[in-house]
Design a protein around this ligand. Structure first.
Ligand SMILES: [Zn+2]
Length: 407
């Protein structure tokens, strides 16, 4: 399946080094040269693009048991607990989480991740190299532009470590949210990212608390979160409208990926088209944290190419995009399987700025692919059944950049 919906019987992928040369029937692949052949021997195995998890916080992988069970406390109380746990946890725990998280992603057939990392982890020299493709987003939280913009120096350091050829890891910038980054800082971060041609991602419209904060400076963000982190002097004026209204009216956001959008209205989403804003959807995380779910059918109606993220194990019980896809089929049964698989592949690549190198199997693309054992007896798999039935045990091969990382 070179991309969702396109199926080739007895197919094969011809790869040289890290790149795909040809995708066709086996009989059409050149045989005159002495190439290695990897035969996925199980019957009814589907070769398809590796999945792209566009939003994750791998550094929190070991935090599941340290944070309150999602849904048992108010969302902002939960965020305050996560901050407290992060402050009290040694760097080693974050590092272990990165390694464990990568393994969990690979086991479930994810070959690329958009991974948000706090500055200490982003710059940590002891982090082992990534075995899957990743965009490491430097997560920025703060109010003072002069202080926070200095963090962008970390991006230059990281770029210099990368060897000559195109690396598996690229950098991006993640201003955390419109209520944890001041609007002047947010504006400057987006300008800086554009200068450096880096992707930007931001959590927006995740909670009702965010709306209350922007509308009338009330609710738990003003009353609990800001005092907890000592930001009382940064409390903004009441805007009388919600965060997305303000960001759109002030023309602060454009050409970025917006994560969550549970509170986004149709008229706001419609404006995303012109502004090249790509939604990233984390439905299970929204559900467990008691936050509203985004209007995914409207997002699809406006051709906004939504992609999928899992968020971290602090809010979901697995990093599997198959679980995420199954959840969509339950909540929005009218959305066809082909659209859901497109969200998990092509759209995820686009959300990370990698649309010309991954997300489908095509000549010239990076060889990031998986083989999935399918259970249906038909020659071609039914895509609804594929989403319904695929678990980790069905992932028979995982390849990243032409290298086999799981077989
Ligand atoms: Zn997140």
């Amino acid at each position: 399946m070179p991309y969702p919906g396109k199926l080739i019987a007895n197919g094969a992928v011809f790869i040289e080094d890290n790149r795909i040369i040809q995708v066709s029937r086996q009989s059409e692949i050149p045989t005159e040269n002495d190439y290695d052949i990897i035969r996925v021997s199980q019957e009814n195995c589907l070769l398809m693009p590796g999945l792209v998890n566009a939003h994750c916080h791998l550094e929190l992988t070991e935090f599941a048991d340290l944070c309150p069970v999602p849904g048992t406390v108010d969302f902002i109380d939960w965020i305050i607990s996560v901050i407290a746990v992060k402050r009290a946890t040694p760097t080693e725990t974050f590092r272990t989480g990165l390694a464990t998280g990568q393994q969990l992603l690979l086991e479930s057939g994810t070959t690329c991740v958009g991974d948000l990392r706090s500055p200490e982890i982003f710059q940590s020299p002891g982090i082992s190299p990534s075995i899957l493709r990743a965009v490491h987003f430097l997560e920025i939280i703060g109010q003072d532009p002069r202080k926070q913009l200095q963090l962008l120096e970390l991006l230059a350091d990281k770029a210099s470590i990368v060897p000559g050829k195109k690396p598996l890891i690229q950098s991006g910038i993640a201003p955390h949210s419109p209520y944890t980054v001041s609007l002047p800082l947010l504006k400057q971060l987006i300008i800086e990212a554009e200068k450096r041609k880096l992707p930007v991602t931001i959590h927006i419209g995740e909670s009702v608390a965010e709306i209350r904060f922007f509308r009338d400076v009330q609710g738990p963000i003003a009353e609990k979160l800001y005092p907890y982190v000592g930001w009382q002097r940064f409390i903004p004026p009441a805007y009388g409208r919600d965060s997305l209204d303000v960001l759109l009216e002030k023309q602060i956001i454009h050409k970025l990926s917006a994560v969550h959008l549970g509170t986004a209205r149709k008229d706001q989403l419609r404006q995303f088209v012109q502004l090249s804003i790509k939604p990233i959807i984390c439905l299970r995380s929204n559900q467990t944290l008691g936050n509203p779910l985004p209007d995914l059918p409207a997002i699809l109606d406006y051709n906004l190419s939504p992609s999928l993220g899992t968020d971290s194990l602090t809010s979901v019980n697995s990093l599997s995009l198959w679980d995420e896809m199954r959840f969509i089929t339950r909540v929005f049964p009218s959305i066809p399987a082909i659209s859901i698989l497109t969200m998990a592949t092509i759209n995820g690549a686009a959300a990370l700025g990698l649309e010309n190198s991954i997300g489908k199997l095509e000549a010239g693309y990076e060889a990031d692919l998986i083989a999935v054992q399918i259970k249906s007896p038909q020659r071609f798999p039914d895509l609804d059944e594929l989403i319904k039935n695929t678990g980790n045990q069905d992932i028979k091969l995982v390849m990243v950049g032409g290298g086999i990382v799981r077989l």
